[in-house]
Ligand binder design. Structure first.
Ligand code: FAD
Length: 315
């Protein structure tokens, strides 16, 4: 039976794709296969089955350690052949985007990355993604029989997913590639996972100096949250790229997003539009962020933030 194939090196993102993939597959009379590759693959298999995969192709081959795009593309091309998959859904993570083109080339497919909406219209997939720096949304179809879509994490939800059979398959992969890993080094700087954070304090250019960001840290600490930022602050190298929220960074879905000194340009807000509650502190009452905020304080962050932190300490 032909399958729809899903894969992401991030298990949660792969589960979201398996859950939604199951809906698509049912509409098209297909099964759902998932690939779990590299370290932790065996452990991820059960989650993928629970999220909707009928078959989970599992490989912890050392060549897949660290998910190098070229080896993963070779593996996925072989798995797609075994699953007779004409549609592949990938997570549009940094690695996933690199992978999409490589896999599409091997499958003779068309690929769309950064997809933030995917639906079936008359049996055809239509992918949505931001265009013109987030000013508009392009809706795109892939011509040809084989299609690869890299979908941004959290576009779909795996909550309440219908489980698939979750049968584990061990594929016989041939993973010889031209690449040789000579060394692995941990990334410098602090690591943060904005994708999964329940509370995020977003900081922007309203902060006059890098040192002043300690105010944002205090606020995040009082809220038991993490700090994310606009691209501007990462461009200044005040914070690492991992902290960027928006078109060029993380797409988040926290319970609370509290923006401080952020104007609210669309390239930033696309990364927080799924937040359950948005609050904003900005001294300009006409700042666009207030148009999407559930709560707002018009005021100088240098006065408001210390007062909010004090109040939170009391609560
Ligand atoms: C292709 C492309 C991709 C991009 N991707 C991203 C992205 O992924 N993420 C992202 O964030 N941006 C992105 N940008 C940049 C984006 O367009 C904006 O320039 C950026 O988000 C603005 O950052 P900001 O809100 O920190 O700064 P500003 O727009 O300068 O806003 C600063 C705000 O702080 C307020 N303020 C100033 N002083 C105080 C104070 N004392 N107290 C309270 N408020 C104060 C001001 O009123 C103002 O509203 C992208 C741009 C392009 C072209």
């Amino acid at each position: 039976m032909a399958d729809l194939l899903v894969y992401s090196e991030k298990t949660q993102a792969a589960c979201e794709l398996a859950a939604k993939g199951r809906e698509f597959a049912q509409a098209l009379g297909l099964g759902v296969s998932a690939a779990a590759l590299g370290e932790g693959a065996a452990a991820a298999a059960a989650e993928l089955g629970a999220a909707g995969a009928d078959r989970v192709f599992v490989s912890e081959d050392p060549a897949l350690e660290g998910w190098p795009a070229d080896s993963v593309a070779v593996a996925l091309a072989q798995i797609a052949a075994e699953a007779d998959a004409k549609v592949v859904l990938l997570g549009s993570t940094r690695r996933g985007k690199e992978l999409a083109g490589r896999l599409a080339e091997k499958l003779g497919a068309g690929a769309v990355t950064d997809v933030n909406g995917l639906e079936l219209e008359g049996g055809e997939f239509v992918a949505a993604r931001y265009a013109f720096a987030g000013a508009t949304v392009a809706r795109e179809k892939v011509a040809g029989d084989v299609k690869v879509f890299a979908v941004m994490p959290k576009t779909f939800s795996s909550e309440g997913a219908t489980a698939g059979a979750g049968t584990v398959v061990t594929p016989a992969l041939e993973l010889a590639t031209g690449m040789k890993v000579v060394e692995r080094r941990a990334k410098e700087g602090d690591a943060v996972s904005l994708d999964a954070a329940p509370r995020i304090v977003g900081v922007g250019r309203g902060f006059a100096t890098r040192e002043d960001l300690s105010l944002g840290d205090q606020l995040a600490e009082a809220l038991e949250g993490v700090v994310g930022c606009t691209k501007s602050l990462a461009d200044f190298q005040w914070l690492g790229e991992d902290r960027i929220i928006g078109l060029s960074g993380a797409k988040t879905a926290p319970d609370l997003y509290l923006s401080v000194g952020i104007s609210g340009q669309v390239q930033h807000t696309v990364g927080v539009s799924s937040a359950k509650l948005i609050a904003a502190i900005n001294k300009d009452k006409d700042a666009p962020i207030f148009q999407m905020a559930d709560y707002g304080i018009v005021g100088d962050l240098y006065e408001v933030v210390p007062a909010v932190v004090e109040r939170l300490k009391v609560v």
